[in-house]
Structures are given as C-alpha cells and as structure tokens.
Design a protein around this ligand. Structure first.
Ligand code: NAP
Length: 294
C-alpha cells in the first residue's frame, strides 16, 4: 500500500495511520518510523509533528472522511476529547470512531487495514474498593468518561476491521509533570482515609505497547496498559517530595471523595511479551527528575 523504499532485512514498510497524533501518537510515530514503517499523523493541526511522521490535517468530526483518509495497512485511534463533557466525549470516542470505521469498511477487503488499535482508558472500570481489576473484570463505569469509552470500544470490537483495545492508565512523561509540580508547590494532599491506588504509564511505554499490539499475532480483544506497580497515590507523592526536597504532603480527608479506587493489572500485556522500560513510577519520574535537574 505504501510506496516508501523497503529497508534491508525487513518486510515491506507498513503505512500506519495514527488518528489523533498527540502526546502518545507522536512518540508512536517516531518508533514506527525508526523501524522502517511509514507513519501518517492525522490531527487538525499537524504542523508541529516531527519530520519522520507524514502530517495529515483532518478534523475527524468534520464529515467527508472518505475522500480524506489515505490507505492504511494499520490504524491507531488515539484522539482525545477537547472538553470534559459528555457530548465532546461522545463525538470523539463514538461518532468519529464510527465514521472512521465506516470509511475502511466501505473499501475493498484487500484495501482495508489488517488491524485497528483503539486507545482507551482505565476509566471504564468503576470503583473496586482498592481491589485488582484486569481484562476479565466487567467494566462498570461510574461516569460518562468510562461509559462513552466502553461504547467506543464496542464499536471497534464489533467492526469487521480486526480491532484491539488498549486501556491506558494515567499517562506521564516529558512535559507531563502535573504531579511533580503539585508536590514541589506543596499542594499535594494524601487521602485521609486509607490508600487510593494510582495506575499510570510512561508515554514511552504507552507508545511501545501500542506498537506491540499492532504487531502481536492473534491478540486478545483487550489489554490493560499500566505499569507493573500500581501504587497508593500518597506513596508516589511522598517519594517525589523526598526526591525534590519538598515538605511531606499532608493527609486531607476530602481527597478520597469522587475517586474510583482500583489496582489495574497489566499481566496480560506482559505475558504477551511486552517489557516495560519504566516498570514503576520511580523509574519514570526518577529519570524525569534527573533530566530536569535540581
Ligand atoms: N492523558 C491521559 O492520562 C490518558 C489516560 C488514559 C487514556 N488516555 C487516552 O489516550 C489517548 C491518547 O492520549 P494523549 O495524551 O496522547 O492525547 P493528546 O495528546 O490530547 O492527543 C490527542 C490528539 O487528538 C487530536 N484530535 C483531537 N480532536 C481531533 C479531531 N476532531 N480530529 C482530529 N484530531 C483530533 C489532537 O490534535 P489537534 O488538536 O491538532 O486536532 C491531539 O493531538 C486518548 O484517547 C486519551 O483519551 C489518556
């Protein structure tokens, strides 16, 4: 499908459409290009994409996708909602997914992508009172953020285009330093009534896990993408405070309200052959702190 020259020693490069080429998608595109594939980064404003990713300026919500979507051997859907309200979520995680699937479904079988990886979220799980959840746990979303995402997942898994869902935890990495900033500013607060578990993944691992699922022979439908060490939020705060020399974050009973409490397991992803570069928050944040200096 693609026309780029084939690197020596590799099967022919695949054209990979990254629909929603943002924080994770851009890193994924760089990884794909580095191994000889041809990434196409679709977003409304692709002007800042690195040169290794072919830019494609398309609004997934604007209609008329058929004429704008190029052929693709593989597709990743990693677009995010502009606003945190139900209709914005529905438009990008259900309506635009539907529209993109319809484009590919309407093409001749040999012109369809062989796989679409849908980047979803651990928000599909509700509160598990601090217990473990994995791919066998039924999603019981407690807000539209989870329920709309489940609808998007269902559209992908119900399509004749073979689909895989990757449910990511909180993404952190270079430039995403919200928690470090909170701790440094002395504004981090620990839950007052027992541990609230946090589940996160470094951008590098989120991108690499997505690439792994593009390649994996005979994948399962769903994988959890979180690092190997779910950790009580307070423990993360306190470790960071120690590293940056900030005061120990105090307990605040108000913090536990409104947070779903669960430990997400990525055992299935790891058993499929994926190895984390940053298996714990200490590995990822530690490197970020080293790079940012004192
Ligand atoms: N952030 C987290 O902690 C987290 C946690 C779990 C799951 N996730 C999921 O992981 C995925 C990737 O996250 P991310 O942090 O990489 O997101 P991101 O940086 O916000 O990137 C998403 C990209 O989607 C593009 N986009 C949004 N609306 C679009 C539209 N109508 N048409 C075309 N492109 C559009 C945006 O670019 P333009 O503005 O240029 O269009 C943006 O670059 C998302 O699905 C997100 O929901 C995120």
């Amino acid at each position: 499908m693609s026309t780029a020259p084939t690197p020596v020693g590799r099967a022919s490069p695949r054209q990979v459409l990254i629909a929603g080429c943002g924080y994770v998608g851009t890193r994924l595109g760089e990884l794909l290009a580095a191994r000889g594939d041809h990434p196409v980064g679709l977003r409304r404003n692709p002007s800042g994409l690195p040169p290794s990713i072919e830019p494609l300026a398309v609004d997934l919500l604007a209609g008329d996708l058929e004429s704008r979507i190029p052929p693709a051997d593989l597709v990743v859907y990693a677009a995010s909602a502009d606003r945190s309200d139900e209709s914005s979520y529905r438009r990008i995680y259900v309506d635009a997914v539907d529209a993109l699937l319809r484009v590919f479904e309407s093409r001749e079988p040999d012109q369809r992508p062989s796989r679409l990886v849908f980047v979803s979220s651990t928000a599909v799980y509700g509160d598990a009172e601090g217990g473990w959840v994995d791919e066998n746990t039924s999603p019981r979303p407690e807000s539209f953020r989870g329920s709309v995402m489940v609808e998007g997942e269902d559209r992908v898994l119900g399509s004749p285009i073979p689909g895989v869902v990757l449910r990511l935890g909180g993404i952190y990495g270079p430039g995403r330093t919200r928690i470090i900033d909170l701790v440094r500013a002395g504004q981090a607060r620990c839950p007052g009534d027992g541990p609230i578990w946090s589940n996160r993944i470094h951008r590098e691992d989120a991108a690499a896990a997505t690439m792994h699922l593009l390649d994996l022979p005979e994948p399962e439908d769903v994988y959890l993408g979180v690092d190997a060490e779910p950790t009580p939020l307070c423990q993360v705060y306190r470790w960071l405070a120690e590293q940056v020399g900030a005061p120990e974050p105090p307990k605040d009973p108000a913090v536990s309200r409104d947070r779903s409490n669960k430990r997400c397991s990525s055992e299935r992803l790891q058993a499929s052959g994926f190895a984390f570069r940053y298996p714990s928050f200490r590995d990822g944040y530690g490197e970020m702190l080293e790079e940012s200096g004192p």
